[in-house]
Design a protein around this ligand. Structure first.
Ligand SMILES: O=c1nc[nH]c2c1ncn2[C@H]1C[C@H](O)[C@@H](COP(=O)(O)OP(=O)(O)OP(=O)(O)O)O1
Ligand SMILES: [Mg+2]
Length: 208
């Protein structure tokens, strides 16, 4: 799993759980990010990582999309957050009645150089609110998921991880790896050379 963000890694590990046959290794290679649509950003980031580390790679790109702003800041949320803070991210919506937004996680997976990149998306709807809860992870304090009275930041980690954009995207990846594991008779593990996903000899279904 290639990311420079330790919080993302924490959540992915928590969501995937301890008892899966997949071993997740984090690798913080510094990758530039394309500008554009989330799918293209994730695909491009994945291809670059695969070329660099020459082993199976998972990357993800996270967007925070305001409906009133037709999806912006979207993939640029990192820079908006950095420059404007939680307050500024609220003020962006000052002139609009519609405060709804969605968090979008796009996971890209590639088995190795020259292989196709698979994309898995997860979306959680919500509303942009004044910051509430601990400032631990990005824009968590200003995002209140639909149907809940707490922001992501106020929630127990396990609750956030059960409804989050990241969880939904990871479900897609897990289903894909699961099916592929079942189809695939031989062990395709390629050793301990920094491989991101290693398959042990026996491969039971991934657990939820
Ligand atoms: O669940 C989340 N809850 C709150 N904030 C979040 C979440 N997930 C990502 N974030 C923040 C991190 C970064 O400011 C931006 C996404 O940018 P994004 O490029 O995907 O992340 P990044 O550059 O930190 O890590 P990476 O090395 O994987 O690209 O939103
Ligand atoms: Mg990034």
């Amino acid at each position: 799993f290639v990311t420079g963000n330790p919080r993302k890694l924490e959540e992915v590990v928590a969501i995937i759980g301890e008892n899966t046959p997949w071993k997740l290794i984090s690798n913080d290679v510094d990758l530039p990010e394309l500008q554009g649509e989330p799918d293209d950003i994730a695909r491009d980031k994945c291809q670059m990582a695969v070329e660099k580390i020459k082993s199976p790679v998972i990357v993800e790109d996270t967007c925070l999309c305001y409906n009133a702003l037709k999806g912006l800041p979207g993939p640029y949320i990192k820079w908006f957050l950095q420059k404007l803070g939680h307050k500024g991210l609220n003020q962006l919506l000052c002139g609009y009645d519609d405060k709804t937004a969605y968090a979008l996680c796009t996971i890209a997976y590639c088995e190795g150089p020259g292989k196709d990149v698979k994309l898995f998306r997860g979306k959680t709807d919500g509303t942009i609110v004044e910051a509430r809860g601990p400032h631990k992870f990005g824009w968590d304090p200003i995002f209140q998921p639909a149907g809940f009275s707490e922001t992501y930041a106020e929630m127990e980690t396990s609750l956030k991880n059960s409804i989050s954009h990241r969880r939904k995207a990871l479900n897609g990846l897990k289903d894909f790896l699961d099916t592929r594991t079942m189809k695939d008779g031989e062990n395709t593990s390629n050793g301990s050379d920094g491989t991101d996903l290693q398959q042990p000899e026996k491969r039971p279904r991934l657990n939820e």
